[in-house]
Design a protein around this ligand. Structure first.
Ligand SMILES: *Cc1c(COP(=O)(O)O)cnc(C)c1O
Length: 343
């Protein structure tokens, strides 16, 4: 067994879990924000990908460095790059040609190698596996969501929530779903934790229309793939969720909801004002459940306003780097009229 360099650091941090007065007011119940937008890479992906890479680097039999390869022009690539820097290991991020100059520059600034090739994600992924990984015996492939060690890393979201809210009866935890790595970790964490104040929380899996691969499977009654992706929440753009996500969706305490692009986008704008934080549309989808009244439909059926006000729900603020003030301004112009959420 090898070991990590002595100056290696953990690639993720414990993030705050804070009560939000304005979002609680909007939802009508107590809303806590798990602020994973504060992770070193800008999203929760630091947890799962960081854990996967830490384990892989530590398990390498030779003492020489490994090289991590991640096909992604998005938050997975950023998480791989920041984790590689923390672990003092080299990384190659393979991004499709449509990846923005901003995203490419963010990766280069971290000091990793960037290869830009292929029209879309599958093409970049193919190049990554067939041209690069196949020729590098010390190469390690970093999957954005489908690995037990990724889920183990994401499960720390829940163990932190338990430690941070020891006196709170958590009724629900809400998170967005792309390939399902994050929600797998949340479900795993909910099972592993003990809940002294009441039954274990229900979990709400949120997708945007056009990225609703989990919902399509639930409706079909079997694990299916979408023919394509059409949503501004590109970080949720997996045409098929992991097998494990499909299995969890049949567990008793998981529910699902699909929100519109307009509601996800406008939630990002509202959140900038309410929390003074910038997150991308993939995260806005989760926030929309509070702003657009979905939470009450989910856990408040038959309750009076007073009863509903005692419920405690944690929103997993997954974050994301695909956002700027300019993008939010664009969202406001494009979607304000269409969305039921006021800005
Ligand atoms: C990747 C990502 C998701 C979806 O996570 P999965 O593990 O693929 O389900 C949600 N939000 C953001 C910001 C992401 O980067």
């Amino acid at each position: 067994m090898g070991s990590l360099p002595s100056d290696a650091k953990l690639p993720w941090i414990e993030t705050p879990c804070v009560f939000s007065p304005p979002i609680s007011k909007a939802a009508g119940c107590n809303i806590y924000l798990k602020l994973d937008n504060l992770q070193p890479s800008g999203s929760f992906k630091s947890r799962g990908i960081g854990n996967f890479m830490t384990r892989a680097a530590a398990a390498q039999p030779s003492s020489g460095p490994v090289r991590f390869y991640c096909p992604s022009g998005g938050n997975a690539g950023l998480a791989c790059a920041t984790s590689a820097v923390a672990l003092r290991q080299p990384a190659t991020i393979v991004v499709p040609t449509l990846t923005s100059a901003m995203m490419k520059q963010k990766l280069l600034d971290l000091g990793v190698d960037v290869v830009q090739v292929g029209e879309n994600f599958p093409a970049a992924d193919r190049h990554c596996r067939e041209e690069l990984l196949a020729k590098d015996p010390s190469g390690i492939y970093v999957h954005p969501f489908d690995h037990q060690h990724v889920w183990d890393g994401a499960a720390t979201i829940v163990s932190e929530i338990c430690a941070q809210l020891p006196d709170v009866r958590v009724d629900g935890i809400v998170g967005s779903v792309g390939g399902g790595g994050m929600i797998n970790g949340i479900m795993q964490g909910v099972e592993a934790a003990s809940w002294p104040h009441g039954p274990k929380p229900r979990v709400l899996a949120v997708e945007t229309k056009g990225c609703d691969s989990l919902n399509a499977s639930v409706l079909a009654g079997e694990h299916v793939s979408l023919p394509g992706i059409s949503s501004i929440a590109t970080s949720l753009g997996a045409t098929r969720v992991s097998e494990q996500t499909w299995r969890w969706s049949q567990a008793g305490n998981m529910d699902g909801v699909v929100v519109t692009d307009a509601d996800a986008a406008i939630s990002c704008v509202r959140f900038a004002d309410d929390a003074r934080l910038l997150v991308e549309a993939a995260c806005g989808a989760t926030l929309a459940t509070a702003y657009a009244g979905y939470l009450r439909l989910w856990l408040g059926e038959g309750l009076s306003d007073e009863e509903w006000a005692t419920k405690n729900i944690v929103l997993q603020v997954c974050g994301g780097s695909g956002v700027t003030l300019e993008i939010l301004e664009e969202y406001r112009k494009t979607y304000a009229a269409e969305s039921s959420i006021k800005v």
